[in-house]
Ligand binder design. Structure first.
Ligand SMILES: Nc1ncnc2c1ncn2[C@@H]1O[C@H](COP(=O)(O)OP(=O)(O)OP(=O)(O)O)[C@@H](O)[C@H]1O
Ligand SMILES: [Mg+2]
Length: 464
């Protein structure tokens, strides 16, 4: 079953809470009103009993008492519902009303002053009755006084009717208000959802409307927009990468095609064919290297290439690459010098990737240093990290290029880089490898003087 819309659920909860609150209030008010009226009636009966005791004490003659009681009734204009009987005597008084309602005097089991209240119906009239025993002038009297409760019940009933009609009406009005409020509160969410739906891969620059509500909804729309910005730039990077990659692949393939076409245009000598084949071979090797680099970066982007790491000593990594590094440098008559650290530099690393990282940096140093230059590599431990510095006396990097050299396909000097076979991916890969080892890579360079590339990778604690 589909869940109800949020606004309906909110309103429903509001309704339930209101019902409970109003219900509890009505019950409390009803019983409180009824209880307090009843206490007032009981108090009146008690006062009346006290008056009667006073009368019994004051008048010694029973006839006088009867007379005064009858008098009192006629003065007040209404008859008491009253019966008095001497506990161990003959004397009895019953008012006219008491006889009319046929009240029976209840004699308490144990003698002693006390009063009890009860409620009963007599001849259709609800009566609140006080039964008690009084002591006056050394005699005990049983007394019964009653008060008609019809007016009181009518008032209580009226109050109940008021509650019965007004509470549902109030509930209805309040719930309608609650529904209206929750609709109003939830409406911006619908707006955000609609705007989000209209954002597609072709309209990634679109943004959600920023609600100036200053609440959670505003922060939701702002955070969503920040997320869209990140997605947009990631998407742009990917499309840019694809475009650059195809462009880079087109050039060597076009070169190979032109060379073959030229060679096939007319019969050639064996030497000419050989020359063509050697060139095509060079070009295809370069293309393979490019494809290999592209695949590395694509795998890095997909994020599922977790490097297999083992404790690795960077000194050993450099011992393994010193041979090819020297060969590279000698090929350009560059003096290569390498100083390893005195202690092992154990990092949690992937040896082939680390070899690749440092070869990329040495390859750059060789490529961008003129013959007879100097490259020096130094390894050290500092602040819990293995620090590798690769210093060259090459052409250097201008401050305008410096912020971009780690970007994919970025080459400071297009023509020179092309002739030296670069594609501008080396440093992007190096940076990715360093970061995959929780390390960092930084460059200090001066045009015409040379560059220092510094790689820092955290050391691991020595195992037991
Ligand atoms: N040691 C260096 N000295 C001077 N410039 C450098 C040095 N290292 C890198 N650069 C500059 O940074 C740019 C980017 O380097 P990167 O290694 O990413 O690409 P590349 O060497 O041109 O090509 P690739 O390494 O993919 O074959 C280079 O084109 C070069 O201009
Ligand atoms: Mg390079």
């Amino acid at each position: 079953m589909q869940p109800l819309p949020l606004r309906v659920r909110l309103a429903a909860w509001y309704f339930v809470v209101l019902c409970l609150a109003f219900g509890a209030f009505s019950l409390f008010a009803f019983f409180e009103v009824r209880g307090s009226i009843q206490s007032a009636v009981d108090e009146g009966l008690r006062d009346r009993a006290a008056d009667i005791r006073e009368l019994l004490e004051r008048q010694s003659s029973p006839e006088q008492v009867k007379h005064e009681l009858a008098e009192g009734s006629s003065v007040r204009g209404e008859d008491d519902i009253l019966q008095i009987e001497e506990t161990h005597g003959e004397w009895v008084y019953s008012s006219v009303s008491a006889l009319r309602y046929g009240l029976q005097l209840a004699r308490p089991g144990k003698p002693g002053e006390k009063v009890e209240f009860s409620t009963m119906y007599s001849k259709g009239m609800p009566l609140r009755i006080l039964n008690g025993q009084l002591q006056a002038a050394d005699k005990m009297y049983d007394v019964q006084i009653a008060a008609p409760m019809d007016d009181f019940y009518e008032a209580v009933n009226r109050f109940r009717l008021v509650l019965l009609f007004s509470v549902p009406a109030l509930l209805l009005v309040a719930s309608a208000g609650g529904y209206w409020l929750s609709r109003k509160a939830v409406a911006p969410v619908g707006e955000i959802a609609r705007a989000a739906q209209s954002i597609s891969e072709h309209e990634l620059s679109k943004r959600l409307p920023i609600l100036q509500t200053g609440d959670e909804l505003q922060s939701l729309s702002e955070t969503s927009n920040e997320m869209f910005s990140r997605l947009e730039s990631a998407f742009k990077r990917v499309t840019q990468f694809t475009a650059d990659a195809s462009h880079e692949l087109r050039t060597p393939i076009a070169l190979m095609r032109t060379r073959t076409e030229v060679a096939l245009r007319k019969p050639r000598s064996e030497g000419e064919y050989k020359e063509t084949i050697v060139r095509i071979h060079q070009e295809s090797e370069r293309t393979s290297a490019l494809i290999e680099n592209l695949m590395t970066l694509a795998r890095a982007d997909s994020g599922n290439e977790a490097l297999q790491v083992t404790p690795t000593d960077l000194n050993e990594v450099f011992l393994e690459i010193s041979e090819p590094a020297k060969l590279l440098a000698e090929g350009k008559s560059i003096h290569y010098q390498q100083r390893l650290a005195e202690t092992p530099l154990r990092v949690s690393g992937n040896a082939p990737s680390l070899r690749r990282l440092f070869l990329i940096l040495i390859d750059n140093a060789v490529k961008y240093t003129p013959p007879e230059g100097r490259i020096s590599v130094a390894l050290d431990a500092s602040d819990g990290a293995a620090v590798t510095e690769i210093r060259d006396t090459g052409v250097g990097i201008s401050p305008t290029d410096l912020p971009h050299i780690f970007e994919r396909f970025y080459r400071a000097d297009e023509s020179r880089s092309r002739e030296s076979g670069g594609t501008g991916l080396g440093l992007s890969i190096a940076k990715w490898i360093a970061e995959a080892h929780h390390g960092s890579i930084s460059v200090v360079s001066k045009v015409g003087e040379g560059s220092v590339i510094r790689v820092q990778i955290p050391l691991v604690e020595d195992g037991p």
